[in-house]
Design a protein around this ligand. Structure first.
Ligand code: HEC
Length: 265
């Protein structure tokens, strides 16, 4: 599987992604093109992992993630949602899994409001449970689409642990600050409130459950059918991005400079 980008008169468009055999390759290499010179192709590759995955119950994983949130916060609570049942069902490498090694992904990396930690946590599990870069990245890409364009949180806990909450919001982005900020404005609460904590706990459950669906499909069929195009935003916008330009740039987001010298002309 290969991917190529050609320079067009007006920067890059989605159509510029030409895929070998109708498939789309992984993102890592393409993102480093500027730095390493004449890379025009990115190969997907397979990898080994000692972590075996077996079909899980989404509702169970969601509930464990929800409960863990109040101790471990977003990233590690999603990881705990998977590791607890996988320890029992599969055992092996999952038994000694260091759930808390990933705790600092919370709050968009230790409170910096960058990438929502639920996605980082899910990405760790997906990376360990799959066996090739395209599959892992396809799932994570679809998860970012789900996160960005679904009204969340929709998870309802078996028993409410912190607070009743009323609103669901669509983030438009996987960025923690914007996602939680839109929800806080809609709910009318502060960040350090029980309500906000409840929201992020339920969101962790939603993201974990969505990831379970993907990994269950992979476990059943040995493959995953992507819902969205890989590197969609990079291709559409000519820069690593989300599609919520006006959240930060107002009405006139800049157009990227066309400095793609390293790409095939
Ligand atoms: C989370 C906030 C945020 C979002 C969302 C965002 N940007 Fe940016 N972007 C910035 C900041 C901050 C800079 C740094 C330059 C600046 O301050 O204008 C930047 C820089 C850029 C640049 C490089 C500077 C230049 O003038 O060439 C481009 C191009 C750009 N953004 C385009 C976009 C597009 C297109 C979108 C939507 C697909 C987008 N941005 C979404 C915050 C954002």
């Amino acid at each position: 599987m290969t991917i190529e980008i050609e320079k067009k008169e007006k920067g890059l468009s989605r159509r510029d992604i030409i895929t070998g055999a109708g498939k789309i390759a992984a993102g890592a290499a393409i993102l480093s093109m500027g730095g390493i010179g004449k890379v025009t192709e990115a190969e997907a590759y397979s990898y080994a992992s000692d972590f075996k995955y077996k079909k899980l119950n989404p509702r169970e994983v969601g509930q464990i993630s929800y409960e863990n949130y109040f101790k471990r916060w977003c990233a590690s609570s999603v990881i705990a949602g998977f590791v607890a049942p996988l320890k029992k069902k599969v055992g092996g490498a999952w038994k000694g899994f260091p759930i808390d090694a990933y705790r600092a992904f919370h709050g968009g990396l230790a409170g910096w409001g960058a990438l929502c930690g639920t996605l980082s946590g899910a990405a760790v599990i997906i990376g360990l449970s799959t066996r090739d870069t395209d599959t892992a990245e396809s799932m994570i890409n679809d998860l970012a689409f789900y996160y960005s364009y679904t009204e969340l949180p929709s998870f309802t806990p078996a028993k409410i642990l912190k607070a009743k909450i009323h609103n669901m919001t669509m983030a438009g982005t996987p960025v923690c600050h914007i996602s939680v900020g839109k929800w806080m404005r809609s709910e009318g609460v502060a960040f350090l409130s029980n309500e906000r904590s409840e929201r992020c706990a339920r969101l962790a459950a939603n993201i974990a459950m969505e990831a379970v669906g993907m990994l269950n499909e992979y476990a059943a069929n040995g493959k995953y059918s992507p819902k969205h195009q890989l590197l969609f935003n990079l291709a559409a916008n000519g820069i690593t991005s989300q599609n919520n330009c006006s959240d930060c740039h107002g009405q006139n987001p800049p157009s990227p400079n066309e400095t793609y010298q390293t790409l095939k002309k």
